[in-house]
Design a binder for this molecule. Structure first.
Ligand code: BV8
Length: 235
C-alpha cells in the first residue's frame, strides 16, 4: 500500500487503446467518413439517419474484433487483481479491451460497442457483428428498434452517482489517455481534487485539463502505465 493511498479512481480515454490500433477521436480529426464525430454520436443523428449511425458503429465493432489489449490494458488488469485498496476503473471507451485484459472493477460510462439496446422493450443485451437498421431484439423480437448501447452527446452517461461517490472517496485520481474535451468526464479531476485526492495525468500530450493535475507523466500509455503500476505495487 503506497503510504496513505487506499482508494483509487482511474479514468481512461481513447489514448489507452491507441497502441492496440484503435483510432482516437482526435485521430479521426473529429471526422469520420466526412462527418464530424459529434454529428454521428447524437440521438438526432440517429433519428435523422439511422443507417449512417449504424454504419459508424458497425465499422468500429468490426475493427474491435481485429485488435488486442495492449501493455497498458494488461498492466491495469494486474493492478486490479493486486491492489488491496478500493479501485474503480472508469472508461470513456466503448471498446472491450479492458475486460479482455482482465479488469474486473470496471465501469463503461459511455456504454459499449458490444451491446445493443432495444427501444421497444428497453432491454440491453450483448451484440456481436453488424447491427444495422433491421436488427431484431433478442428479448421482444421487435425488428428495427435496436440501437447501439452507447451514450451519445446530450445523453446522460451511465452510473454517475456511483462515479461521484468513488471520486469523493478516493485518495488518488489517475487520468490516462484522454484529451479532457468531453464532459462530465473532463470534470472528474476537479471533484477529486476538491475532496482532497492527489491527481496524476498520464497522456501523450498535456490534455485540456492538465493544469488541474498535481502530477503528470507525458508519453505513451503502453510504456508509462506498466511503470506506474509496478511503482504502486512495490510500495
Ligand atoms: C451530457 C461514446 C448532460 C460515443 C462519447 C459545452 C461545455 C461543456 C459540456 C458541453 C458543452 N456542450 C455540450 C456539452 C456536453 C457534452 C460535451 O462535453 N461536449 C463537448 C464536445 C464540449 N457532453 C455530453 O453530451 C455528455 N452528456 O453532458 O449529458 C445531461 C444531463 C442531464 C440529463 C441528460 C444529459 C455525453 C458525452 C458522451 C458522448 N459520447 N462516446 C462513441 O464513443 O462513439 S464521447 C467520446 O469522445 C469518447 O467516449 C470520449 O469521451 C470523447 C473523446 O475523448 P477521449 O477519449 O479523450 O479521446 P480523444 O481522441 O479526444 O483524446 C485521446 C487522448 O489520448 C489525446 O489527448 C491523445 O494525446 C492521447 N493519446 C493518444 N495516443 C496515446 C495517448 N495517450 C497515451 N498513450 C497513447 N499511445
Amino acid at each position: 500500500m503506497m503510504n496513505d493511498i487506499q482508494n483509487i479512481v482511474i479514468l481512461t480515454g481513447a489514448g489507452v487503446s491507441a497502441e492496440s490500433g484503435l483510432a482516437t477521436f482526435r485521430g479521426f480529426d473529429g471526422l469520420w467518413d466526412g462527418h464530424r464525430v459529434e454529428d454521428v454520436c447524437t440521438p438526432d443523428a440517429f433519428s435523422r439517419d439511422p443507417a449512417l449511425v449504424h454504419a459508424f458503429y458497425d465499422a468500429r465493432r468490426e475493427k474491435l474484433g481485429t485488435v488486442e489489449p495492449n501493455a497498458a490494458h494488461r498492466a491495469l488488469a494486474r493492478f486490479d487483481a493486486e491492489w488491496p485498496g478500493e479501485l474503480l476503473l472508469i472508461t470513456q471507451n466503448v471498446d472491450d479491451l479492458h475486460e479482455r485484459a482482465g479488469s474486473k472493477r470496471l465501469l463503461h460510462m459511455h456504454g459499449e460497442l458490444a451491446k445493443g439496446w432495444c427501444l421497444a422493450c428497453g432491454e440491453r443485451f450483448g451484440w456481436a457483428g453488424p447491427m444495422g437498421v433491421g436488427a431484431e431484439c433478442s428479448a421482444c423480437g421487435t425488428v428495427g428498434a435496436v440501437r447501439p448501447d452507447i451514450v451519445w452527446f446530450g445523453e446522460m452517461p451511465y452510473e454517475m452517482e456511483r462515479i461521484d461517490d468513488a471520486l469523493r472517496r478516493c485518495d488518488l485520481f489517475v487520468s490516462i489517455g484522454t484529451s479532457g474535451a468531453v464532459y462530465p468526464a473532463a470534470g472528474f479531476v476537479q471533484t477529486a481534487r476538491y475532496c482532497g485526492a492527489s491527481t496524476l495525468e498520464i497522456n501523450l500530450e498535456p490534455s485540456l485539463g492538465s493544469s488541474m493535475f498535481s502530477k503528470s507523466r507525458i508519453g505513451k500509455a503502453g510504456e508509462l502505465v506498466p511503470e506506474w503500476v509496478k511503482e504502486m505495487l512495490s510500495r
